[in-house]
Ligand binder design. Structure first.
Ligand SMILES: CC(C)(COP(=O)(O)OP(=O)(O)OC[C@H]1O[C@@H](n2cnc3c(N)ncnc32)[C@H](O)[C@@H]1OP(=O)(O)O)[C@@H](O)C(=O)NCCC(=O)NCCS
Length: 172
């Protein structure tokens, strides 16, 4: 009998958040409901972040080369958690963003509101997004929010990412 390679839950379209089969709340398809009116930044909730990101979520948080981290939990008016947004520096780059919108609230175009709250709170005058080349939703929503691609072929080949930047408009 021939040996088959191991099959990952992702490749079968199954839940990867520990349910074993089917989908859970974190896997729910994108919603098209209206976004909440008010976005508040609350203290960073590590447990919630890990719930959203799984072990991968600790990539940025745990790395030595991620300095000056400013991470927040984004909530609506009633205190419901909408996701996580954060900012960190590396030796080579400043103001790198980290954004995760709660799967329950994706597809509502909330990314610019998350970033507006972030720049309001940190005073950052520009934001850098380094996005995996296969993360179509992220590329699309950053472009819609006015981020422009600044990476060249060399960068993209080396990191398998695109670099996007948004310059926060000066207030009058
Ligand atoms: C990336 C992320 C922040 C975008 O948030 P969102 O609420 O889904 O974004 P938007 O509502 O702006 O919609 C995304 C756009 O991508 C499109 N899209 C979503 N999934 C897609 C896919 N698999 N292929 C092509 N387009 C896709 C949507 O249709 C929408 O475009 P439209 O408005 O023209 O229809 C969110 O999906 C997320 O948190 N993902 C997990 C973490 C992550 O990848 N973070 C970014 C790291 S750089």
């Amino acid at each position: 009998m021939s040996e088959h390679p191991p099959v990952s839950p992702e490749s079968l379209g199954l839940c990867v958040h520990g349910n074993g089969s089917g989908t859970c709340d974190l896997c729910r398809p994108e919603s098209h409901e209206a976004p909440p009116a008010v976005f508040r930044l609350e203290e960073f909730d590590q447990e919630y972040f890990q719930e959203l990101e799984g072990q991968d979520g600790w990539k940025a948080i745990g790395q030595e080369n991620c300095m000056n981290q400013s991470y927040f939990t984004v909530c609506d008016e009633s205190g419901e958690k909408l996701g996580i947004v954060g900012l960190y520096d590396t030796d080579d780059e400043k103001n790198i963003t980290h954004i995760v919108i709660d799967p329950k609230h994706r597809g509502k175009g909330m990314l610019p509101k998350f970033y507006e709250a972030l720049t309001g709170s940190t005073g950052a005058d520009y934001l850098v997004a380094t996005i995996d080349r296969n993360n179509t939703a992220s590329i699309r929503s950053h472009e819609k929010a006015g981020f422009r691609k600044t990476s060249d072929d060399k960068y993209e080949e080396e990191f398998d990412k695109f670099r996007y930047q948004y310059d926060v408009p000066e207030e009058d």
